[in-house]
Design a protein around this ligand. Structure first.
Ligand code: NI
Length: 187
């Protein structure tokens, strides 16, 4: 197990599309997953994408606590969100929006330390991928759960959340965000 160095905004690995994982059950993928989990829990963060630890592969991990799952509008629509989302390892993910509706919410990112911004995301999505055991994962998500998945999967396409923002006056230091909202964004 190891805590990995997290790439910060400006590092090229965060700007290029990541490659598909050829064999989700390969030993080196299991090692990567273990180290990413330790790194995310140490940070601490809600999610982490492999490019953030300088590995340009399509693999993300995330975990949503029950309090955060209920926080954002729409979370109550899907039963699993109300109780939170257990630690999930999602390999080669795909996202499909289930409606045109978007919702604004606060996001932060371990690769953009100290800042948070208000970002529009699909409110209701379906996502698919493969787990570390090679088994298929398919879930519907809304609210904060859907937001986290969209944020993490953006990392696989070389996108950071500021590039999704529509009002840059809503990008701010987390130390100042209390002036604007009661939210406590985290990634
Ligand atoms: Ni991030």
């Amino acid at each position: 197990m190891a805590i990995l160095k997290i790439a910060k905004m400006g590092h090229p690995v965060l700007l290029k599309p990541a490659a598909p994982v050829a064999d989700p059950r390969a030993p080196e993928i299991a090692t990567l997953v273990r180290d990413m989990i330790e790194t995310m829990e140490d940070a601490p963060g809600t999610g982490l994408a492999a490019p953030q630890v300088h590995v340009p592969l399509r693999l993300v991990i995330f975990k949503v606590g029950s309090a955060r799952a209920r926080q954002e509008d729409g979370a109550a629509e899907t039963g699993e969100a109300a109780g939170g989302v257990p630690l999930t390892v999602l390999i080669n993910p795909e996202i499909e929006p289930l409606s045109e509706e978007t919702v604004l919410g606060w996001e932060a990112c371990l690769s953009v330390p100290g800042l948070a911004g208000e970002v529009p995301r699909w409110r209701h999505i379906r996502y698919r991928g493969v787990g570390p055991d090679g088994g298929a994962i398919e879930r519907e998500a809304s609210g904060f759960h859907a937001r986290v998945v969209q944020h993490e999967c953006d990392h696989l396409d070389g996108r950071l959340y500021p590039s999704r923002m529509t009002d840059m006056s809503r990008l701010m230091f987390t130390s100042e965000i209390r002036h604007h909202t009661h939210a406590s964004p985290e990634d």
